[in-house]
Design a protein around this ligand. Structure first.
Ligand SMILES: *Cc1c(COP(=O)(O)O)cnc(C)c1O
Length: 361
């Protein structure tokens, strides 16, 4: 029988089994073409169809119009940390950054290399245990954009609402919660996300950018670094991550089959409720470092009374087939990364394990 563990890896992360099965089935002969998609030219009609479908699915699922361009790029979300300030901050201007965690502060740091940044809020002194209230986000009105990281993957916090920025374009790193919930994605002028958490395998970065913001982008950047280049060429200026885009398309179809983002949100809400309820039911044993109002639906961080107990928890969980629970090396503890592909059934098994572990400790 097929052995499948429950995969809580933070990224690259679990993929839906249904998707992996399609990949397996189609791997040697992609839809009667007599070749693998791994062997296909990115200019072949087979890949062009995949690319077009993936673009259309992103627009459909996120509720974006054709005034948003959809790109599948290489380089990871980290490349976007640098490309965004390179494009959009004019000489003498600055951009505003909300500093809510390790990745948000990396984005800020990259901005400071190429331009000036205004820190609109920081919870660094509070060990990034929370995201701000909307009234705490402050910036001058002439900034080039406001940058937010919607879900803080390492610290386990997430924005449940976003500021109304008026004329200031809002840019978001949604690497770890894209397509996990319903949201007014049209509030954002640019959204980027490494695919390897909620959308697909490592190697693909989704960028969506609205036309009016794109038009403000600097000219004269090296060709490969220019968003306009990739928009003009439908992400086919150079060889895109072909296999990754193919799998991403399959994951997007899988999300659609689950009822789109409304369906995903319902499942994800039930998952996080189960887990947080299990944590809150045993407050002397299980503690969540993130503040209640800021808790993430995607990355649930957990501390036990001692580090030894945490290590035993991780080791015992592994024996039961629950993998990838070690917290990020910078913060320690335990982390459940419960992206779209982790099922409600998986979480039920997890809370059963947590209950058993606590009673035997
Ligand atoms: C994983 C992650 C990144 C880094 O993505 P790379 O693709 O490794 O560059 C950036 N931001 C957030 C929020 C992440 O979760």
């Amino acid at each position: 029988m097929l052995k499948r563990n429950i995969i809580f890896n933070p990224g690259p992360a679990a993929l839906p089994l249904e998707v992996l099965k399609i990949v397996q089935e189609e791997l040697l002969d992609y839809q009667g073409s007599g070749m693998s998609i791994l062997e296909s030219s990115h200019r072949a009609k087979e890949f062009e169809a995949i690319n077009d479908q993936a673009i259309a699915l992103v627009r459909e699922l996120l509720g974006l119009g054709t005034d948003y361009q959809v790109l599948f790029l290489g380089g990871g979300a980290s490349t976007q940390f640098a490309l965004i300030p390179m494009h959009f901050i004019d000489d003498g201007q600055m951009a505003a950054y909300v500093d809510t965690g390790a990745f948000a502060s990396k984005a800020l740091k990259e901005c400071q290399i190429v331009a000036k940044a205004h820190v609109a809020f920081s919870s660094k002194e509070e060990k990034y245990r929370r995201v701000p209230k909307m009234s705490e986000i402050k910036y001058p009105e002439n900034v080039a954009y406001l940058h937010i990281c919607s879900n803080n993957t390492i610290e386990g916090t997430q924005f449940q609402e976003f500021p109304n920025t008026g004329n200031v374009p809002m840019v978001a790193d949604m690497s770890s919660d894209i397509a996990s919930r319903q949201l007014d994605y049209r509030k954002f002028s640019l959204i980027y996300a490494g695919a390897q958490k909620n959308l697909g395998p490592a190697g693909v970065t989704l960028v969506v950018i609205r036309d009016d913001f794109l038009a403000k982008g600097k000219k004269g950047l090296p060709t490969i670094f220019s968003y306009q280049t990739h928009v003009d060429n439908k992400s086919l200026y150079n060889t895109p991550p072909v296999f990754g885009v193919y799998i991403t398309k399959l994951v997007l179809e899988w999300i659609k089959s689950k009822g789109g983002l409304a369906g995903m949100e319902k499942i994800n809400a039930a998952k996080k409720d189960l887990l947080y309820n299990a944590i809150d039911a045993a407050p002397d044993f299980y503690k969540c470092p993130a503040e209640k109002d800021s808790r993430s639906w995607m990355n649930i961080t957990l501390r036990l009374p001692t580090e030894d107990m945490e290590n035993k928890f991780i080791a015992d969980a592994k024996k039961e087939g629950l993998l990838g629970l070690k917290g990020h090396r910078s913060v320690g503890g335990i982390r459940f990364s419960i992206y779209n592909a982790v099922s409600l059934e998986d979480i039920q098994k997890t809370v059963d394990f947590m209950d058993k572990f606590r009673k035997s400790s």
